[in-house]
Structure formats: structure tokens, C-alpha cells
Design a protein. Structure first.
Ligand SMILES: Cc1ncc(C[n+]2csc(CCOP(=O)(O)OP(=O)(O)O)c2C)c(N)n1
Ligand SMILES: Cc1ncc(C[n+]2csc(CCOP(=O)(O)OP(=O)(O)O)c2C)c(N)n1
Ligand code: SF4
Ligand code: SF4
Ligand code: SF4
Ligand code: SF4
Lengths: 187, 257, 84, 368, 368, 257, 187, 84
């Protein structure tokens, strides 16, 4: 099946790199992939997002408006994008950053305390990997091993020391997702 | 700890000609300070109605969001030509252009030189942060030798990319220039001096003395990949020796040539 | 010592810390919380502000207003002291 | 002056245009010399200051168009002029002015290109003028004079349209029109009223919000809104399309040409009619807006259309779009500064009239 | 490297294009930063010198295109890149290069205009690219990639055509293609042979006459001869027209779009076909030469044509000229950096399919 | 009176690298002399095969008709950018640009400043005749104050048209400039000196020393509406005081700053 | 009738001003007129020419290739233009400058020693007026008085002292033309 | 005195007179006739040319070649004279 995933948050939260890693992993598994970032004038701050498509077939439009999954890391993006998800799909969000949860009834919603977990792991930068881990536990778009492979490519050499930490983060996310009670208001 | 203001008088307040809009600049960026000073002087001289500004293409492209005066946004490098057009049509208004180093010293070199050479009766404010901020930190003509930018990944080398261009020194030699100074805004004293310079320049313009040119050696924390405090320290240590602070030309006379 | 104080518009402060470095009295510091822009903002951390306006001068956001007791008031103060 | 205006004068096209600009209330001219139009700058710099206007020889065409941007933004009635290579250098500035919706007059006395080319007459800049040589979706208002009289008259029309629609207007002439002399009756001074420009940056009184002249709208939605506004304007502009049709009543062949070429075609048509060929002339006076509807209507009444231009075939595209396949459209052009003769056009007319299309097409092909 | 070429990579369009240029044997790059394409300069300045190539950040786009003129005239394989406003500043230089018949590659990563506009994706520079934004009768060879893979592949094609026809070639992309990442298999290095350039100014040995690179031919007749040569070249070029047609066999509606828009249209077509509407896609890969004949042929097989562009309607003119009134041609565009969605296009397709032309036309009008 | 040459040796002959084509310049125009000198030096250094010239837009646009070397004709004002493009691709060739004052000091100001600032290893020959010759005698940036041209019909006034621009003085201050001199070609001695300067410049270029810049203060009899002899006299009297003859920078060192 | 006159010679011979004066006179007499000069890059020397059209009706093309009259002042122009004259029309040429006379049989050819006359009158600059006088004697396109009127307008104020001299030149031309034996080889 | 002479390409001479002014011997002047370009061209008017090449140096057209008796020859000359 074709995954059309939206990842959105603040500039500093690593949403673009999360998407890139996911796309890279998809490619490593021989799938067709595209990564479409939002880009603005070179000024800091503001929200960032990207659309990642992973598909067995050739990808037509890299730009879609209805998503098969959403990973959302800040409040503004939640308001902006929750209604762009296709019904009955999964929406993950980072708990400490999003105080008013999504209002849709027809989604499989999973809040993830990624920031908190990341801080426990000792580096808040890996919060995005916690999110990714949780997401992949819900939707096995790619295998965890491949994500680690991908990280080797997407992380600059000088940060390879952090690979184990990222692996942990992914695992924590996985566990969280497996143990979590999924908030869904559907009957 | 909340301030207790009863019985106290206001000794400094945000200039009224600065709009309420929060500025989009990165934390600690010098652009904000210079914007503030321009509007402080406009307030003090009470010339809001007489002042027309020209914003460049650069991070300060949105200056007109923050300065509550009539403004025009010029094409990249052409701010002084646009200012010339305005001033020639409205000779009794106070006209200034506000330009970065890419805008004024790279693509706008010809317009800068000729505007000053004609002695256009305007003020040119030149923010020299030695880099292209808006486009993500490429080399500027004023980038220091050895300095790493996204287009000098191994440090600027004169053989490949030439030397730091001292536009302010060049325009000083032009007869059209009446007042030329190089200042900064990283300390309270520096800020006071720069404000003084702006005031002097606008007063000269009221007297139709010719071109006034103020370079502000400034920072670009984001482009330099430093904290604001690191950036200002780096600036003092590395930029001031190449771009020494001080007056270059007073009342049409070149100082210690 | 002249008594002064500052008011900081925390909504637009970007926590650049320039004011903190500029304050000769070390009256300023960063607050614990972050504002809507996502920055830890500046705040008074000591009640020894003399209203020298240094912080306001260097603030890129124009976020600081400064207040100081009027010269006169200050003088009265001193007199009182002496009267004791 | 108004009295003076009544007396016919013998003037060069460039000079008539310049004098007309003064009478149209020109306040500022910024330009850079280039043949074959330097007389405009030279005439204005001698005469306009006497009327209190400003003339500045800029350091380049790039500087000139940006000075015009500033001066127009300040609310003044301003113009610049140049010839082909110089106009190319103004493309960024023109795109900015169209986007910031600043009225002004830009004169292009077209010479032979591409490149440095020649200084002889050409119409090779039709595409650049009408489709927008600069970036983005915009149009200039483009007027094409065909006589020294129109070189003068169209200045008034250009300023009127530019200010009415807040859009740069261009007069697209050619070297011959600029250099030749004809009898001209200059439009009287003071007949073009000043328009209100509440948007101009003249200094902010506390009675109004500040005025900002800009072409930057960083939010795509905002930028699209600006574009929709421009497109709306361009649709309204269509009503200003002007043309001249001559001898079309009984015409079998319709010749379409603008500017100098139309004059030469007129002569060819006289010769053709003398030989009994029924030919008419359709001359667009505005190239943008292009008089498409009128042309389509006239085309329907003839059996074929012949377009003549001093280029490799540019306006012919707008003609084909207007005719939309209803009639065969033939083309005859000369390039690089060569002026075609009435005889050449006559020859084409007769070929087209014979109407042996295939063959004709073949021949015309070669002439491309 | 050749081996490396086989491995798929995940790259940004701008980076893939830059890396491909290195593999195409690029010898010199001269350019000036501008969003959304600065990565091209940044990538090349980091990598090309390692291969012995020269990269220079020019003081402006005007300087850059003229450095390219000199470097190309000296016989080197060179390129520059910019985005809309910067490309406008290159128009004089491009006209000179076309006239002097110098091969080079110019990349325009199109952003929303006119004016400073936005930095978001747009196709608003189609006219400027295809009709010649500069002065005089000339054309650039224009290629329109629709994927990161084509951003890389078309570099080779552009250099091949530019050198074969001694004409500047342009790759017209947009901000999205430049910034997005896709799987790309880079063309292997050393697969684009160097071409003989006996005309280049490399220093005159006594074995040949001196070489002169110029665009000045002061005699109109000479200048026309040069133009005839260019026109001949452009006619030959027509055979290089390339396009992609998909699902046209049974199509009732033919959607025409280039670059990114074609990708989005593809998605819309999938949706439409799911709803049982028979739609096909025609994607010009070369904008100049425009695949008119192929398009005309395909248009004849459908009942109506829908053109989609990220502008106010530019390529649609070339489509109408090709279809020549044989079929109704509708248009849907978004402007100023707004990207249209598959759903929007789907809506148009369904309107067009209903084929209630009058009404549809009306509605589409509004959308202009 | 016909010359008798038997038994005499040739002490001067037209340079062989100058083509046979008669030059189109007006009688007495300095362009011809400088063309001749360039080719004399090319002859003497035997570098015809190594030399590539760039002609400007200006009266000397046809330089390539007269110089029998590979040449490129550049867009107005861009000759030094074109020369940069050539030199960067062919670093071991000798490249020179030949430019008038309108070309180099007006529309080409930015290219001139930045080419020299990069220290491009080329020779720039700058013919300063204080007027636009080719287009019929309009004001140039170097036009003298009070001088009448077709665009300063009442004489150049600084308030309206600015001051004579001394580009050579400006480029002298740039670190990229290695050799800068101002010469003329109106007398045999002057001609000898200018030739010497060209030779020095090309030898520096062979040694990759950086930018060499030679201004030739010249005439424009037609534009000035004088006979060649009147023109040269006027030049000495009026131009030399503003544009003094002599070296400004030798071996990278600025003279009496 | 419509006169389409070619005037050609060296740059310095005043062919353009002669044409301008003729056109101006035509206008003063209420006729339609056009004056189309050849123009080249601003360099001295070389030949110059202009086409003057004087007509009772509106003038269509200011550019024609077959002329109703020719006034030629130098050899190159003679070679170039003699064949552009319509048959049986008048061709005047300046004698001292043209050594090989025209070769056409079907023209009314009039050689005029204008230069010689002008020198006798003391100013070779007025040779063009001698030519014009001779021409008008042959073809009364406009009246002599009107030409003098026109000269007042076309001559810059500071040269008005020369008006009488120009008048003389015109008269001499007239006399020459009236007395001259017209070379025509037609039977 | 050294004997020299010049040959002037009259076809390309434009009669600018620069050579005439440059000649210290006043050997040059303008000819009576005009050349095909319409200019009165320069010519030797005195047989006192010393072959100093001044005229050739200043000629914008490169129209002048200069010849001079070889040093040796000159010496012989002098000797002869002395021998008398
Ligand atoms: C014609 C053109 N070229 C390039 C750009 C891209 N651009 C925008 S700002 C800028 C330079 C900004 O640097 P600077 O002038 O130093 O200002 P700063 O951002 O550092 O304040 C450039 C190259 C443009 N907008 N237009
Ligand atoms: C872009 C452009 N602008 C203007 C011109 C017209 N033009 C040709 S030469 C010239 C100036 C010539 O003056 P200068 O450079 O001093 O050389 P000179 O003719 O005096 O030797 C100008 C303005 C042009 N050809 N191209
Ligand atoms: S990028 Fe640099 S110049 Fe621009 S706002 Fe940020 S700090 Fe200031
Ligand atoms: S200087 Fe201003 S913005 Fe910076 S921390 Fe202090 S109050 Fe905040
Ligand atoms: S116009 Fe002036 S510069 Fe040009 S050739 Fe004549 S004299 Fe020389
Ligand atoms: S200098 Fe040369 S061109 Fe001038 S007169 Fe003497 S020979 Fe003739």
C-alpha cells in the first residue's frame, strides 16, 4: 500500500530529518519514495513540515492533501493538519507540546510523551526518533533495522556516536506504542 | 521579581514610530537595534511625515513592517537608485536607504558608487554583517579572509574569491559624500554613537549637504552559527580590525587620509 | 543609589541575553519559562536596577522600557536619611 | 503653448515624443543613452528643466528603471526610454513595477537584434514587450505608433492608461519612427489631468496609515491575491484595445501589421489594388491589449490573412490565436534591421491572393 | 564513479542537478545566490574544484551571465543558475549568447512572481523562457524536468543540445523540484563526450584565422543573415522535441501540463479514472522546441483539452496554437507560488468531461 | 617629395599583428594609437597565440577588426566580467579587456570594481575620453565639470550630474590591483610610456601577479567638436589636472597615498 | 502629384539638411511631407542619404525604393541609386564630385557645377542650396519663397546671417538649370 | 646629421596632422590632393627627415613606416666629410 505521511512541528524539533530518515529507509527497502519539505525564507523559528510518500509503485504527485498518517509535534500544526487525515488512519502527537488534543472522532489517535522520554534518555534531540519508533510500531512502513541503516546515511559522520542513542529512542517509542491505550472515540 | 514603578519617571521607552509588530529577526540580530535607532531619531526630530525609507532585499526586506513611515521596497541592490528617484521628485523630504552588504556592496556596487558620486542628498545606512543572512549564509563581498560560509566551505581565499571589500572607504573618497562614518550597535556606548550619527546625517540632509553614509558593522548570529553574545565578541575581535570603527569623513573633509 | 526599574515585554523578547550582558548591576537574567515564541525571556533577577537604560539601548526587539526615580525624589530620600 | 500647439511642426519622432511628454506634464525622466533614441534624453535634458522637471542621466538602464520605480512610487509622472539591449536590462525592474502596480512610461525604440545587433529599425522585441520579458505573470500596456504624429499622441494615451490602471505602459517604436521627420501637430499642454495617487509614498501624515510600495508577498496566498488583482486588471484592459482597419469592406486578403510595417503595407496595398487585388489592412495600435475580437471579426470576412513584421514572426502568434484556425494565416518578415519594401509585401499579397495555399505556404516557409 | 552511479541515492533536486553537472564534465560555474536554488552553487563550490573545475560566486547575475559568455566563448562547458528575478537580470546576456551562438546551461528554479514575489514554486516564467525574455529574434532550448531523476538526466540532455546547436539551453524547474528529495540514479560520469569547438577564442595559432565571438553585425543585411541562420537552427531543433503521453489510448479528455504540475495532474487523473472518467496526460519535456505536432495529433483523438499550469495561462497559448481551434482548450492555473492540489485538477477534469462547454468556459474564466 | 629608401634600414613599421583593415575611427582619435601599441607589444613579446582580447561596446567595439588575435565582443560594461570568464577557463593565456569610460566607469562600475577586487589576473585598458563617443557625445562619468556635451547642454553641473569619477583612483585602493598607471598617447614620449606600461602589465600577467589597470587619458575630437590638435591641447590643459598622468600603484604598492 | 525624392552624398555635403529644408517648405505649403534619413552608428565619414516625400495626400510608406527624382552628390551614391529612379524622371548630380556620369538612357539628366558655384559665392557649404535651386527649377515641388521661409526655420538662429547667401545660391542653381542643356539620351 | 625618411600609406591617412605636429624637423605637411577617404593626406615636404620615428609613434592609423641610414653608413659619411 502507498503511505502518504505528514510530519509537522517547530523548526528545531527535527521533523524534516525524521521524514528524511523514513524516506531513506523506504528507498533502502526498494520502495519508491519522495520527501517534500515546506521551505520558507531563511529566517529562524516558525513551523516546518514535510510530506513523505513511501509506495510500491511509481509516485505521481509528491504533493497530497489527504494523508494516510500524521505525526504532529506542535499545537499550530495540529490545528492546521488534523482535518487533512483520511478517516480511520493513525495520528500520533507529542504530548508535552500539544495541550489541546485532536477533536476528530474517526481517527486512531496516539499521544506520545516523546519529549519526556528523550530527556530521560539524556538528549531531547532524539524525541523525533521516539515518535518515529512509535509510528512504525503502529504502521510498519519500514523495518526498524532499515531505519538504523538509513540513520547511518542521513546522520553526518561526526554524529555517528549518537547512533546507539537513536536506536534506544526508536525502541522506547515502539514500546510506548505497544503498551499505550489508543484513544479512539469511534464505536 | 516584578518591577515597582510607582513614583518613577520613564527614562527610556520603545520609540512610538516603531510599529507594534514583533520583528522577524533572529535573536540578537543587529538589524533590530538599527531599526529602533532610526525610529528614535525620527521621533526626536519629529519628522515622521517628512521621512521616506527604502528597504532592500535582504533580511531587512520587511523593515516597512516595523517602521511606521512611508517606505518603498527596492529590487536587490537598487535601494540607492530607488532612493534617488524618490529624492529627486521630493527634494524636501528626508530619504534614506537601508541596505545589507550583499545588497549594497555586491549587486548594488554601481548604484552605490554613482549615488554617492552624484552627492544625492540622502542617507545610506549600510549594515555590514559580512554574510548573506537572508539566503542562508553565503559569502558577502565583506566576508573576512578565512571565514567559512556556505559558499566558502573551506574559508574565503583571496585567490578564488577576492578580498573583503571596504565600500565605506571607497565612497569616502567621492566628492559627493559629505558625512561618512563606521559604527556598531553591540554595546550601550556604541548604540549611543550610532544614534548620534543618524541624527547628524538627517540634519545634514535637511541642510542639503550631500550624501551621508553610515556603515554599521553588525552581526549575523544565525549565519555565523553563534549565540548573540559569541557573535558580538567575534565581531569585535575579527571584524573591527578590518572595518575599524570611527568617522571617515566629516563636513565633506576626509579624516587622516 | 538611584532607584530604577525596567519593564520587559516578555511576549516579544527573544532571550538573546544582550541586555543581561549590558547590565552593569547584573539585575537581569533569563526566566525559567518560555514565551509563545518559544524563547526563555529576560527578567529582573535583582532589585538593584539604577535605570541606566543600557539594557534598553542594546535590546534588538525594543522590548525594554526603563523607569527611574526623579532627581528631586532622590534628593529628598538622602535628606531623610541625614535627618535621623 | 496651447496656441503653439495648433501650428504643425516638422519633427523627428524621438523629438516629437519628448516634446509631447513635456506637454503631458512629465515630472521626471531617468535614462541612459543608446542609439537610435538618445535624442529623447537629449531633448528632455535641454527642455524639461525649464518647466521645472527633473532629468537625470543614470549610470545604466538598470539604475534608470529603478529610479523610475522610486519616482513613480513617490507619485510623480515619470518615464524612461531606451532601445532593445537597454530594455532587456530593465526586465527585472519592469516586473517589480508591474507587481507593485506603479504607473510609468517606458519607450523602446526597437533596433535589430538579438545581441548587440544593429541600430537599424526592427520589431524583434514584440514578444518581450507583450508577453512579459521579465519574470512572473504580468503584462505591460503596449502602444505601437506608426507615425511621428502618433509618437506624440500615444504619450498622452500611455500616461492615461498607465495611471488609470496603475501599470507600466510601453511605447514600442522602431529606429525609423524615431529618426524620421513628419508633420506633427503637438497635443496642447495641460490637457492631461493629474490623477490622485493616495498610495504614493509622499511622507506619512497622521491622517492616514503609512504607504508601502512593495512587490514582496511572502505568503503564497497573498501573492496569488495580488496576481488575481493583476489578472482582473488585464481583463478590464481588454476594452482599451485599439486598432485601425482600412479597405476591409470588400477585402479578399487581410494584411495585418503594426507600426512602421503597417505604413509600408499600406503602400503595398495601394499597389495591389491598382493591380485589382482586393486587400485590406488591419493595424493594431495597442499590442497589449491585443485587439483579438476585432481582428477575429474582420478575419471572418476575408479568405486569408497575411501578417507582416520586422521580425521572424511574433505578432503572428497573437493573430493565429485570434483567428483560431478559421482562416489560413500567412507570414512575411524581415529581420535584423532590414526594412521590407512595399514591393516585397505586394509580392506576398499576390501569392496569398492566388490562394494556392500549399504552394504559398511552401514559399512563405522559406521566407521565415 | 561509474560504479557508484548505479546505486540509487536520495537527493534534493538542486543537489542531483549539481552532481549531474559535475558528471557531465562541467568546467565552470558562475552564479549568484538566490532562494530556492542556492544549493546548486553551494554544492558545486564544495565539490567541483575537487574535479579541477572552477566555481565563482559572481557579484551579480548580470556579471554571472557575462562571465558565462566569456567562458563559453573560450570553449568551456559552463553553466549558471538562478531563480526568477535573477534570470530577468540575465536577459541581455542571454540575447547576446544566442546571437553569438554560445552553448551553455542556464537553470531557472522558478519562484512566484512578478517582482520579488515569493520563494514558493511557480511556472510563471514560461513565456520568458520560451518566447525570449531578451530582445530580438532568438530562442533558448528549454527543458522541463518533472522529477529529481530528470533534474539530473536533463543536465546531460541540455549540454548535448546546447553544444550540438551552439545555443544556450535552459532547464526550467520550480522551487518544489529543487527542494524535494527523491530516489535518483545519477548518470555515470564521462558519458558526455566533449565537442569540437573550432570557433572558440583559445588564442590564435598561425594555422588558422583569428576567432571572434560577437553579436554585432552593423550591416542590417549581415545581421539578417545571422538571423536566418538562427531561424534555420530553430527549425532543425523541432526534431528534438520530446514529450510523454500517458493513458491517451482511450482518453476523452487530454490534460496537458509540464514539470511538477504534470505530476500532480497524474494523481488527479488516477482519481478521475477511479471515478470512471477517461483522461490522458500529455507532458511536454521540451518547452522549446514545443512538441506541437505530437500534441495536435493526440488532441485530435480526444473531445477536449485541459491545460494546467502554475501561472495565469502561458503554455496554454502554445497548446492553442498547436490544436489550432480543432478542439476546445480549457485552462486551470494557480499563481504566485500556490501549488494546485490533485483534487482541484480533478474538479476541472470533471467539469471539462461534462463537456457543457459554455458553462465550463464561464467557470474556468473565473479561475483565471 | 617622394622618399628615397635605398640603403636605409627600417626603424619603425606598422605592427604585423595589426590587420590591414583601415580603422573606422575619426581622424586623430586616440583609440587607433592604443590599438597599435597593444599589437606592437604582442609582436615584441611574440604572444599572438597566447593573447585573447575583449572589446567593449563603444567606438572601439570593432577592435577585433584591427587586432589579429582571438577576441570576444562583450555587452556594454561587462568586458571585465567576460575577461574573467575567459581567464578562469584559460589561466595561462594573456587576457585583456579594452574599455571606454562609459563602458568601464558607468554601466560597468560593479564589474570593474569586483574584477579588480578579486585580483583577476588580467589587464584592463581604460580609455578615458570624458565622453560617450559612439552614441554621439553624451556625458560620461569622467566628463569634466562645466564641460558641454549633448546631455550637459549647459555644462556639467555637480548638483545635477555629480562629479568626474576617478575610477583609476578607486581601483588603486583595492588589494587585488597589482599595477595601476595613468598615461596618454598624444606625444611621442607619452606613446613610448604607454607602450612600456602595456609591456609591464603583460609581463606581470605572465607571472600571475594580479590585476593590471592602465588608464589612457585620451581625446574625442568629434565628440569634443575640435580638430585633433585642438583636442590634444585641450586635453593637456583641462583633463591632466583632473586626471594626472603617472603611476598610481607599482608591484602592489600604492604610491604617495 | 506625389514627389518621392532621393538625396544622397557624403556626410559633410549637407544632403540631410537639404532634404529637411525641402520637406519643411512642403509642409509650409500645406502638403503632406516625410523625411527619412539613413542613420548609422555615430562615426564620421561615409555616405548619407534621405528620402523626401511631398504629397497632396496622406503619405503611406515613408520608405520607397523607386524615386520620382534624384539629387546625387557623390560617386558611390550614383552607382548605388541611379537605377532606383523611375524612367523619364529627373536626375541631378554635382559635377566636380562625380567623374563617371550616370549610364541610364531613360532619364532627364542634369549635371550641376554646384561646388564650383558655391566656392565662387565664397562658401562651399551652400553647394547643397545650389543643387536644390537647380532641382526646383526643373521640378517646382515648392516655391522658392517657401524654401527661404523654410530656411529661416531649419537654419539655427546663429546662422541667419547666412540667409542672403543661401538665397543667392538657390538663384544660381535656378539659372544654371534654366540655361543648362539637359543631357538626355532618349530619342 | 642622420639621414632618414618615411613612407606614408596615403590610402589610410586621415589627415589628422598629428604627425606633422610631432615632427621636430617640420619635414611633414598636408598634400594638396585628397585621398579616396576624402582626406588631405600627410606627405614629406622637406628632405630633412632624421628618422626619429616621432611621427610614426603618434599616428593613429599606423600609416607611417620610418627608415634611417644604418649607424655604420652614417659614420662613413662623416668620415668622408672630414676627409675633404
Ligand atoms: C536579483 C536577485 N538576486 C538575488 C536575490 C537573493 N537574495 C536575497 S537577499 C540576498 C542577499 C542578502 O544579504 P545582505 O544584503 O548582506 O543582507 P542580510 O540578509 O545579510 O541582512 C540575496 C542574494 C534576489 N532576491 N534578487
Ligand atoms: C545596454 C546598452 N546600453 C547602452 C548602449 C549604447 N552605447 C553604446 S556605446 C555607449 C557608450 C560609449 O562611450 P564610451 O564607453 O566612453 O566609449 P567611446 O565610444 O567614448 O570610446 C553607449 C551608451 C548599448 N549599446 N548597450
Ligand atoms: S539571518 Fe542573520 S541577518 Fe538575518 S535576521 Fe538572522 S541574524 Fe539577522
Ligand atoms: S535584549 Fe531584548 S530581546 Fe534580548 S533578552 Fe534582553 S529583552 Fe530579550
Ligand atoms: S567618436 Fe570620438 S572616440 Fe569615437 S572614434 Fe570618433 S573621435 Fe574616437
Ligand atoms: S598621423 Fe597618420 S593619419 Fe594623421 S596625418 Fe599623419 S599620417 Fe595621416
Amino acid at each position: 500500500m502507498t503511505h502518504e505521511i505528514l510530519i509537522a512541528g517547530f523548526g528545531g524539533q527535527g521533523v524534516l530529518s525524521m521524514g528524511m530518515t523514513l524516506a531513506y529507509a523506504g528507498m533502502l527497502e526498494g520502495k519508491e519514495v519522495s520527501w517534500m519539505p515546506s521551505y520558507g525564507p531563511e529566517m529562524r523559528g516558525g513551523t516546518a513540515n514535510c510530506i513523505v510518500i513511501v509506495s510500491p509503485e511509481r509516485i505521481s504527485s509528491p504533493i497530497v492533501t489527504r494523508f494516510t498518517a500524521g505525526i504532529i509535534l506542535n499545537q499550530p500544526s495540529m490545528e492546521k493538519f488534523q482535518h487533512s487525515l483520511l478517516p480511520h488512519r493513525v495520528l500520533l502527537y507529542e504530548q508535552s507540546n500539544i495541550l489541546t488534543p485532536p477533536t476528530r472522532f474517526d481517527l486512531e489517535i496516539l499521544p506520545v510523551p516523546a519529549m519526556q522520554e528523550a530527556l530521560q534518555l539524556g538528549k531531547k534531540q532524539v524525541a523525533n526518533m521516539v515518535m518515529l519508533g512509535a509510528f512504525l510500531a503502529r504502521q510498519p512502513v519500514v523495518a526498524f533495522e532499515t531505519v538504523m541503516e538509513a540513520l547511518k546515511k542521513t546522520l553526518p559522520e561526526r554524529h555517528h556516536a549518537l547512533l546507539p542513542l537513536n536506536a534506544q529512542a526508536l525502541q522506547r517509542g515502539k514500546q510506548l506504542a505497544e503498551t499505550a491505550i489508543v484513544e479512539t472515540l469511534e464505536e | 521579581m516584578k518591577p515597582m514603578m510607582e513614583g518613577l519617571e520613564t527614562v527610556y521607552h520603545r520609540p512610538v514610530t516603531l510599529t507594534e509588530t514583533p520583528m522577524h529577526y533572529c535573536p540578537g540580530c543587529g538589524h533590530g537595534v538599527v531599526h529602533k535607532l532610526l525610529m528614535e531619531v525620527v521621533d526626536e526630530m519629529d519628522v515622521q511625515e517628512d521621512t521616506i525609507g527604502v528597504a532592500p532585499v535582504g533580511c531587512s526586506v520587511f523593515a516597512y513592517h516595523y517602521m511606521n513611515i512611508d517606505m518603498q521596497q527596492a529590487a536587490h541592490g537598487r535601494a540607492s537608485a530607488v532612493a534617488t528617484g524618490i529624492k529627486r521628485m521630493l527634494p524636501h523630504k528626508l530619504v534614506f536607504s537601508y541596505q545589507g552588504d550583499g545588497d549594497l556592496a555586491a549587486i548594488g556596487t554601481a548604484e552605490t558608487i554613482h549615488t554617492v558620486n552624484r552627492g544625492e542628498n540622502i542617507l545610506i545606512v549600510f549594515i555590514n554583517n559580512a554574510i548573506y543572512g537572508m539566503t542562508g549564509g553565503q559569502m558577502a563581498p565583506t566576508t573576512l579572509l578565512g571565514m567559512v560560509t556556505s559558499t566558502t566551505p573551506y574559508g574565503r581565499e583571496s585567490s578564488a574569491s577576492g578580498y573583503p571589500l571596504k565600500m565605506t572607504d571607497l565612497v569616502t573618497t567621492l566628492p559627493g559624500a559629505y558625512y561618512v562614518t563606521r559604527q556598531s550597535v553591540h554595546t550601550p556606548t556604541a548604540v549611543r554613537k550610532t544614534k548620534k550619527a543618524i541624527r547628524i546625517a538627517l540634519e545634514h540632509q535637511q541642510k542639503h549637504k550631500g550624501t551621508c553614509f553610515i556603515e554599521v558593522v553588525s552581526n549575523c548570529p544565525s549565519g555565523w552559527k553563534m549565540t548573540p553574545l559569541e557573535a558580538n565578541a567575534w565581531m569585535e575581535k575579527n571584524m573591527f580590525p578590518v572595518y575599524p570603527i570611527g568617522d571617515l569623513k566629516l563636513d565633506g573633509k576626509i579624516l587622516h587620509p | 543609589m538611584i532607584r530604577g526599574t525596567v519593564s520587559i515585554d516578555v511576549a516579544i523578547c527573544k532571550g538573546c541575553e544582550l541586555c543581561i550582558a549590558a547590565c552593569p548591576q547584573e539585575s537581569l537574567g533569563l526566566a525559567g519559562e518560555i514565551n509563545s515564541l518559544g524563547y526563555r525571556y529576560a527578567a529582573l533577577v535583582q532589585d538593584n536596577c539604577t535605570g541606566c537604560i543600557n539594557c534598553a539601548l542594546v535590546c534588538p526587539e525594543g522590548a525594554i522600557n526603563v523607569y527611574r526615580e526623579p532627581k528631586s525624589a532622590h534628593k529628598q530620600e538622602r535628606d531623610k536619611v541625614l535627618a535621623l | 503653448m496651447n496656441t503653439q500647439a495648433e501650428v504643425p511642426r516638422l519633427m523627428k519622432g524621438n523629438e516629437a515624443l519628448a516634446e509631447a511628454a513635456i506637454r503631458a506634464g512629465l515630472q521626471g525622466y531617468f535614462g541612459y543613452p543608446i542609439t537610435p533614441q538618445s535624442e529623447i534624453l537629449e531633448y528632455l535634458i535641454t527642455e524639461l528643466p525649464k518647466q521645472g522637471g527633473v532629468v537625470l542621466q543614470a549610470e545604466s538602464e538598470v539604475a534608470a528603471i529603478n529610479m523610475i520605480y522610486g519616482a513613480a512610487g513617490a507619485g510623480a509622472r515619470v518615464m524612461t526610454s531606451s532601445s532593445s539591449p537597454g530594455i532587456s536590462l530593465m526586465q527585472e525592474g519592469l516586473s517589480y513595477m508591474a507587481s507593485a502596480q506603479l504607473p510609468c512610461l517606458v519607450v523602446n525604440v526597437n533596433r535589430g537584434g538579438p545581441g548587440l545587433g544593429t541600430i537599424q529599425p526592427s520589431q524583434g522585441d514584440y514578444f518581450q514587450a507583450t508577453k512579459g520579458g521579465g519574470h512572473g505573470d504580468y503584462h505591460l500596456i503596449v502602444l505601437a505608433p506608426a507615425s511621428v504624429q502618433e509618437m506624440a499622441d500615444f504619450v498622452f494615451e500611455a500616461f492615461r492608461l498607465a495611471e488609470k490602471y496603475r501599470n507600466p505602459a510601453m511605447i514600442l517604436a522602431d529606429g525609423a519612427l524615431g529618426q524620421m521627420m513628419e508633420k506633427v501637430i503637438l497635443p496642447p499642454a495641460g490637457t492631461l489631468p493629474r490623477t490622485e495617487k493616495p498610495w504614493a509614498t509622499t511622507g506619512k501624515p497622521n491622517t492616514r496609515e503609512r504607504n508601502v510600495v512593495t512587490s514582496l508577498f511572502i505568503q503564497p496566498e497573498k501573492m496569488e491575491a495580488v496576481n488575481l488583482q493583476l489578472q482582473k486588471k488585464y481583463r478590464e484592459l481588454q476594452h482599451e484595445a485599439r486598432y485601425e482597419a482600412d479597405g476591409v469592406k470588400d477585402a479578399d486578403v487581410l494584411v495585418v501589421g503594426f507600426g512602421l510595417t503597417a505604413r509600408i503595407a499600406q503602400k503595398a496595398i495601394e499597389l495591389a489594388r491598382a493591380n485589382g487585388v482586393r486587400v485590406g489592412l488591419f493595424r493594431p495600435m495597442t499590442l497589449y491589449p491585443f485587439p483579438s475580437e476585432a481582428l477575429a471579426a474582420h478575419a471572418r470576412k476575408v479568405s486569408s490573412v497575411l501578417v507582416v513584421e520586422l521580425n521572424s514572426g511574433q505578432m503572428v502568434e497573437d493573430v493565429r490565436l485570434a483567428v483560431n484556425g478559421k482562416r489560413p494565416v500567412y507570414f512575411k518578415g524581415r529581420m535584423g534591421g532590414v526594412i521590407m519594401t512595399p514591393e516585397e509585401i505586394l509580392e506576398e499579397i499576390e501569392l496569398v491572393a492566388e490562394n494556392s495555399h500549399l504552394q504559398t505556404a511552401g514559399i512563405l516557409e522559406e521566407m521565415l
